[in-house]
Ligand binder design. Structure first.
Ligand code: PEP
Length: 257
C-alpha cells in the first residue's frame, strides 16, 4: 500500500511574514490530513525558516532544485550537502519552469534528461529523496508524444542508476500545459499516463513499480483533487499555486487521505 504524498512547491513566492502565516495555518490544521506525507518546497533562502517551523513535526521539506555537482565554483547553485544541512528530506528536479524559462530551454532535451539523471544520482548519494518531474509540453501533447516523453526521462534515469534506485525516489507527472494554467488533466488522463510509467518500471522490477509513489501535478485545487487522487496509480500531488493558500492546500492534503 503506497502512502499518499502532497508536495507544495512555493515557487518564487512569499516573504518571511507571509511564509510564517502560511506555516502556522498549515500546522494548526495538520490533524485534518493525518496519514498523508506532506512536504513543502520554499525558495532556498527560506529553507531555514521552514526547517525551524516544521522540525519535530511529521511534515517534511526540501529544495526546488539542486546542482548536479558536489561543490565548487558554481555560482548561484545549491548542493545536495547544503540541502541536507538544512534537514531536507526531498528535492525537486526537472521542473518544467526550469526547463522552459532558463538556459535549460536551449539545451537539447536528451542532454537535459542526462543532467537530471546526474542530479538524481547526487540526491541519492546524499540521502535525499528526488522528486523527478516528468511531463510533455503543449506541442508534444498535441502531437500525441506524451508516452514517448515520459518514457524518455524514465529510461534515462534507469539507464544511469538502475530501476532499483526508484525505490528511493518519487516521480511526478507534470504535463507542462497544465502547470499554472488552470487546465487540470482529467483523472482518466492522469491515470493513463501514471499507469504507463508504472508499467515501464515493472518491466524492470515489479516490486519497485508497486511501491514507487507517482504524483500528479498541474493546476490541482481543493475542488478537483479528490477525483484525481481516487485513481489507483495517482499517489498524491505536486501542488504549485494552491500550496500558497493554506485552506486550499489543507483541502488538497485531506483529499489524499
Ligand atoms: C508546480 O509548480 O509544480 C505546479 C504543478 O503548479 P500549479 O499547481 O500552480 O499548476
Amino acid at each position: 500500500m503506497r502512502k499518499p504524498l502532497i508536495a507544495g512547491n512555493w515557487k518564487m513566492i512569499g516573504t518571511r511574514a507571509t511564509n510564517q502565516a502560511l506555516l502556522e495555518a498549515i500546522l494548526d490544521q495538520r490533524y485534518l490530513f493525518k496519514g498523508v506525507d506532506v512536504a513543502l518546497f520554499p525558495p532556498a533562502v527560506y529553507l531555514q525558516q521552514v526547517q525551524t517551523a516544521l522540525q519535530g513535526t511529521e511534515l517534511h521539506w526540501g529544495t526546488q532544485n539542486l546542482s548536479q555537482f558536489e561543490s565548487g565554483a558554481y555560482t548561484g547553485e545549491i548542493s545536495a550537502a547544503m540541502c541536507r544541512d538544512f534537514g531536507s528530506k526531498y528535492v525537486l528536479m526537472g521542473h518544467s519552469e526550469r526547463r522552459c524559462l532558463y538556459a535549460e530551454l536551449n539545451l537539447d532535451q536528451h542532454f537535459l534528461d542526462h543532467i537530471i539523471a546526474e542530479k538524481y544520482e547526487m540526491a541519492l548519494r546524499f540521502g535525499l529523496t528526488p522528486i523527478v518531474c516528468i511531463g510533455e509540453s503543449p506541442e508534444e501533447h498535441a502531437l500525441g508524444q506524451t508516452e514517448e516523453v515520459v518514457i524518455r526521462l524514465l529510461d534515462t534515469i534507469i539507464a544511469h542508476q538502475g530501476a532499483d534506485s526508484l525505490q528511493h525516489a518519487v516521480l511526478a507527472y507534470e504535463p507542462v500545459w497544465a502547470i499554472g494554467t488552470g487546465k487540470t488533466a482529467t483523472p482518466e488522463w492522469a491515470q493513463e499516463v501514471h499507469s504507463v510509467m508504472r508499467k515501464r518500471i515493472a518491466s524492470h522490477n515489479p516490486e519497485v513499480a508497486r511501491n514507487v509513489q507517482i504524483l500528479y501535478g498541474g493546476s490541482v485545487k481543493g475542488n478537483n483533487a479528490g477525483p484525481l487522487f481516487a485513481k489507483p496509480d495517482v499517489d498524491g500531488g505536486l501542488i504549485g499555486g494552491s500550496s500558497r493558500d493554506a485552506d486550499d492546500f489543507v483541502k488538497i492534503c485531506q483529499a489524499a487521505r
